[in-house]
Design a protein around this ligand. Structure first.
Ligand code: SF4
Ligand code: SF4
Length: 184
């Protein structure tokens, strides 16, 4: 609980927790499940997935998108605490100085200060590689509306065609990625 273990189980393809806004009713159960699995407490403020209301009409839960060219990693260059390991964002608590630049830079608001390995650092969704229940991330398993899924990147394009909200989120991510490449 509360530790950000490195992934020994290779995932191969980038995956992310995706929420279907047509199903999500914003109940917040995913936040309670996540905080309980990761922190041992039913406390939404400790969750690595957050429910948001979009355009005052749709509810959605958002967790780290495991971006290919993450702004947070770029922002952390000084301490090199953040890195992508097998398509999953991990933070080394020994290197993290909790400066907060990564938190500021994440356009999805998916990085949070927390205690891991007895030291304050940032944390994000790690897809529960080591905390699966019936082979599913706990938030996915216990969402009462079956709104969450562990989505392989290969299926994202199809989802984007089905729902403009997915397309908007992906467009934001691609824009960030493009700007990062230009800045290199
Ligand atoms: S548990 Fe499911 S329905 Fe409830 S807020 Fe989370 S994603 Fe939405
Ligand atoms: S996969 Fe795990 S860490 Fe990520 S949001 Fe779901 S419960 Fe939280």
């Amino acid at each position: 609980m509360g530790t950000n273990q490195q992934s020994s189980q290779k995932s191969g393809e980038r995956k992310l927790i995706l929420c279907d806004p047509d199903k999500c009713d914003g109940c917040g159960i995913c936040e309670l499940v996540c905080s309980n699995v990761k922190e041992g407490a039913f406390n939404p403020s400790m969750s690595r997935i957050r429910t948001v209301r979009l355009d005052h009409v749709a509810n959605m839960a958002i967790a780290c998108r495991q971006c290919e060219t993450p702004k947070c990693v770029e922002a952390c260059l000084k301490s090199e605490a953040l890195k992508i390991d097998d398509h999953i964002l991990v933070c080394d608590p020994e290197k993290c100085t909790l400066c907060g630049w990564c938190v500021e830079e994440c356009p999805f608001g998916c990085l949070f200060p927390d205690s891991q390995a007895g030291k304050m650092s940032v944390v994000a969704c790690d897809l529960c590689i080591h905390d699966r229940i019936d082979k599913m991330p706990p938030c996915v398993k216990y969402c009462p509306k079956q709104a969450l899924s562990l989505m392989p990147e290969g299926l994202l394009a199809q989802k984007e065609r089905e729902n403009p909200i997915y397309a908007r989120l992906s467009a934001l991510e691609k824009d960030i990625s493009q700007k990062s490449k230009i800045a290199e």
